[in-house]
Design a protein around this ligand. Structure first.
Ligand SMILES: [Fe+2]
Length: 138
């Protein structure tokens, strides 16, 4: 199912929202790649991109939180770390066992489910803090 970024998912900070949209775009691209004729080339490329981008995105949020004295920084960072561990375990399983569709689907689903819930419950709090403190992180 296509993953749609909607304004309900906006945290109100363009830098973060754009990274979330990019993650959504690439997850959709991965899903499409699985049924395309170029799956063998596309899937590893997209998995590499997503892995790097998830790390970079978490770091970007964490930099913002530490720079702005966000009170829930540590708890939020720990959630990123816990998810990263699970994500990398699955990624490693894919590297070891090969690009089995069931594993790739599981990884994509795991990332999209986690991300949507995390944005709604956790990133939005950060967005609210930044907005109410007038912090410009662009
Ligand atoms: Fe986050």
């Amino acid at each position: 199912m296509r993953l749609e970024w909607t304004p309900q998912l906006a945290v109100g900070v363009e830098l973060i929202d754009e990274q979330h949209r990019e993650l959504f775009r690439r997850m959709n691209a991965l899903r499409v790649a699985m049924t395309s004729g170029r799956a063998k080339e596309e899937i590893p490329r997209l998995l590499d991109f997503l892995t790097d981008y998830v790390v970079a995105h978490f770091r970007a949020e964490e930099r913002i939180m530490s720079r702005t004295g966000y009170p829930s920084y540590i708890a939020h960072r720990d959630l990123h770390a816990a998810f990263s561990t699970e994500f990398f375990e699955l990624r490693e399983e894919i590297d070891v066992r090969g690009y089995a569709p069931s594993l790739v689907i599981r990884l994509n689903q795991k990332l999209s489910d986690w991300l949507v819930e995390h944005i709604m419950k956790v990133d939005k709090n950060l967005g609210g803090f930044l907005q109410s403190n007038g912090v410009d992180v662009g």
